[in-house]
Design a protein around this ligand. Sequence first.
Ligand code: AMP
Length: 148
Amino acid sequence: MNYQHVLFAADFSEDALQVGAKACAMARLHGARLSLIHVVEDLNISLGGGYELLPVLPELPDAKLLHESQTALAALAARLGVADAELWVVNASSTKEGILGAAVEHAVDLIVVGSHGRHGLALLLGSTANAVLHGAPCDVLAVRIREA
Ligand code: AMP
């Protein structure tokens, strides 16, 4: 069975090229549509000083951050040689929610993530890859990052 729609979850770490190359290869192999997603998480602000009983308030990232992410995602797609892929910059409460929400919305059938990224040590504690794997409505390819 061929995959129809491959989603590459891209952070902007040095590993993104390695993971992205695998995602592109899978899409090419299967003749699948390829989309790239970068999630910008809500910022959590803590007011402190007399507001301790309030939950931490989420604040939307500003337009500049979203715009810069769009530019960085386009640059990453160009470096991977897939300038025509669909590029999604999504704001969500967590990276996992952003990726899984988009996967459901766009009928993705393969999500490609790195096995570790910015939060390398978090692999032991439940990294993005783990979180995505547990909640995914489809197959997930966790690409083992090779140390340079
Ligand atoms: P991490 O949990 O930060 O170690 O990241 C593991 C993998 O999750 C990365 O290699 C990416 O594939 C993906 N990832 C991490 N952060 C993001 C993000 N903000 N947007 C999309 N994918 C991400």
